[in-house]
Design a protein around this ligand. Structure first.
Ligand code: GDP
Ligand code: ZN
Length: 466
């Protein structure tokens, strides 16, 4: 992805109808666009960061819409470039007309449609945001629970980046000490003692550990948990989903085979998004009514393969049957299974959890809400959720990998520092090298020295107009 700095424009609000809609233009020399669209008078005298109510004019002078024009002068804008925002009525046709008009008026300055995420990409290139903050932008937009939104907002505000930067600074300090000593080999052994290098390193390792756990908890908020709800008709799968969700989102009926169309529901448990695949919707592909249903079934089975846990539901008042065994036989071997014995209000069991070698068994009643906390607790336990009360960072897989790798390099550094017997001197040069590698890995989180390819991948996942 090569960077093309020509001015860009896009509809910044979501597709569809809304109260207002925004067309955003960013780049250099926007005055021709401003005077063309906002009129020679008003367009040439837009005051930076003031909203001006005016007519948006078409080529022939007719009015496309009336709304607010706001001009942001570089570098005080989202992208760090000059930005013009036109807020009109939120209809798809009128916004498209406004966008087309801007593109036409900006033809001479090379104005073009923005790529997905290109506004934010520019904000990154112009140092308005670092990479972790830019990722926070999209994670905030995509957050599916309040807790996820909170932690994305932490990343966006730079709290995560600052924590990373603090670690980088500490490593830099230690590196400076070590590298200064490397120039005076006779002092190497002394150095570790005098500067308390090991103590410093341990402090950094502990701090990294804390960030890692906050980041992995945050990643749970982003990625959530995928569970498969399997079991015979009428064992109470939809009732369980409703009980977990706390509202009637699935259809519960005493007629077998009710759950047909919608097979994936997202609910939340303590703010963690939980995607539940209801396998009642999975009939044998051979029995499927049509092509669409067959594809749906295939997709669902593919999702089953990558589930975090399979919840096999049985009727405690009836006991296990041959059909239950057949269902269990279809489960992928590498996905953990939880067995829910439902309807204990009928069977007389008490709410209980029993961790057996084959599976964890939980006895509950979905309709009488008995034992539901055991299930919730077990699901959270399974993903490693700890209620910390601390601020969580909405980390991505990329961040976790970098943190893990930095951790490994610090471990290596610690080993090199540990060789202090008579025979072997501490390997200070190797110690320094591991510190450097750890620092590089951490810096990749905030986007220092990040390759254009990776940037391309990250920003292309954004929506157009952001
Ligand atoms: P699904 O086909 O597995 O999704 O089962 P449903 O959730 O649609 O439930 C089938 C029937 O069993 C409904 O009449 C529910 O009210 C009933 N049911 C579900 N859970 C319980 C339970 O814990 N106790 C009792 N007594 N009935 C239940
Ligand atoms: Zn159902």
């Amino acid at each position: 992805m090569t960077f093309d700095s020509s001015p860009i424009a896009a509809i910044a609000t979501a597709p569809g109808r809304g109260g207002i809609g925004v067309v955003r233009v960013s780049g250099k020399n926007l005055s021709s666009v401003m005077t063309a669209v906002c009129g020679a008078d008003k367009g040439s005298s837009l005051q930076a960061r003031h909203a001006t109510y005016l007519d948006f004019l078409n080529t022939d002078g007719s009015v496309i819409d009336q709304g607010l024009a706001i001009y942001f002068k570089a570098p005080h804008s989202y992208t760090g470039e000059d930005v013009l925002e036109l807020q009109g009525h939120g209809g798809p046709v009128v916004l498209q007309m406004l966008l087309t008009r801007c593109l036409e008026a900006g033809a001479d300055i090379g104005l073009r449609m923005a790529e997905p995420g290109e506004f934010t990409h520019r904000a990154f290139l112009n140092d308005k945001l670092d990479l972790a903050q830019a990722e926070g932008v999209i994670d905030l937009i995509e957050a599916s629970t309040e807790a996820a939104a909170k932690s994305a907002s932490q990343s966006l505000s730079g709290a995560f980046s600052k924590t990373i930067q603090d670690l980088v600074d500490k490593i830099t300090n230690l590196r400076m000490l070590v590298e200064a000593t490397l120039d005076f080999p006779e002092e190497e052994i002394d150095f570790l003692e005098k500067s308390d290098a090991r103590g410093q390193l341990n402090g950094i390792r502990e701090a990294l550990q804390t960030v890692f756990s906050q980041a992995s908890q945050g990643a749970l908020l982003r990625d959530g948990l995928n569970i498969v709800l399997a079991g015979q008709p009428n064992v109470g799968k939809s009732s369980l989903l409703n009980a977990l969700a706390g509202s009637d989102i699935a259809i519960v009926t005493p007629i077998a085979g009710t759950t047909r169309d919608k097979v994936i529901e997202t609910i939340q448990i303590e703010g963690i998004p939980v995607n539940v695949i209801d396998t009642a919707g999975i009939r044998d592909a051979a029995d499927a009514g049509d092509e669409v249903e067959r594809i749906g079934i295939e997709r669902t089975w593919a999702a089953v393969q990558t589930a975090d846990v399979i919840v096999h539901m049985l009727d405690a008042s009836r006991g296990p049957t041959r059909d239950d065994e057949e269902i269990a036989a279809r489960f992928p071997v590498n996905v953990p299974v939880m067995r829910i014995w439902n309807k204990i209000d009928l069977s007389g069991h008490r709410p209980a959890i029993d961790r057996m070698p084959d599976a964890t068994h939980i006895y509950l009643s979905a309709t009488d809400l008995l034992g539901m906390d055991l299930l919730r607790g077990e699901l959270l336990h399974l993903v490693g959720w700890q209620q910390t009360g601390e601020s969580l960072y909405m980390a991505r897989e990329r961040h976790l990998i970098a943190l893990k790798s930095a951790h490994d390099h610090l471990e290596m550094a610690a080993q090199h520092a540990a060789h202090d017997s008579e025979a072997t001197d501490p390997a200070l040069d190797l110690f320094a090298e591991e510190l450097r590698l750890a620092q590089d890995r951490l810096s990749s989180i905030t986007g220092e020295f990040t390759s254009d390819d990776l940037l391309g991948v990250i920003f292309s996942r954004f929506c157009i107009g952001k």
